[in-house]
Ligand binder design. Structure first.
Ligand code: HEC
Length: 151
């Protein structure tokens, strides 16, 4: 029994180690995958806000939780030297690290607040969802303006 628990723990530890190694080896692909999930969550949220699809608290919670997870992890994938050609991350990220950190902090604060407002079951109705998610959307543009390449 104890052996089995230890083996399971060890396997989980290995998985984490492998995951970390992959992320470290390819920070560009990792952060692009995170932002792609943010984009997908924004599309889901936007469709509900425009009533293109019906609002549901589970879907609202899912979109908010995706934003929240991204806002916690995103900043970890901009090591020095990861400003290669296959990324839209602007030089300003490395030139003005404090400014980039401030944008990340805004994103994180808004997402955490939305997460708290969502409660266990998600915002009860569309108005509650808009109130929670609106401030998160407010943080996309100001970061992209300075820290994402225009093209
Ligand atoms: C703290 C800064 C920051 C915030 C906040 C932020 N982004 Fe981004 N976003 C970036 C950067 C930098 C890139 C380019 C990353 C790269 O190419 O390596 C990016 C890329 C993207 C992409 C392209 C992903 C891809 O396929 O490569 C989408 C979509 C996106 N962001 C949507 C959003 C939305 C929606 C929000 C708000 C909910 C948001 N972002 C908030 C910095 C930010």
């Amino acid at each position: 029994m104890i052996k089995k628990i230890m083996a399971t723990g060890l396997a989980a530890g290995l998985l984490v180690a492998v995951g970390t190694a992959q992320a470290a080896e390819d920070p560009i692909a990792t952060r692009q995958a995170i932002m792609a999930s943010v984009g997908a969550a924004a599309a889901l949220a936007g469709s509900m806000m425009k009533s293109e699809i019906a609002y549901s608290p589970v879907a609202g919670k899912s979109a908010i939780a995706t934003m929240n997870a991204a806002s916690h992890s995103y900043g970890a994938f901009f090591p020095d030297g990861s400003n290669a050609s296959n990324t839209k991350a602007a030089e300003a990220i490395w030139d003005k690290p404090d400014g980039f950190a401030a944008e990340l902090a805004k994103f994180n604060a808004a997402a955490e607040k939305a997460m708290a407002a969502a409660g266990k079951k998600g915002p009860a109705d569309l108005d509650a969802f808009k109130a929670a998610m609106g401030p998160v959307f407010g943080t996309c543009k100001s970061c992209h303006e300075t820290y994402r390449k225009k093209n």
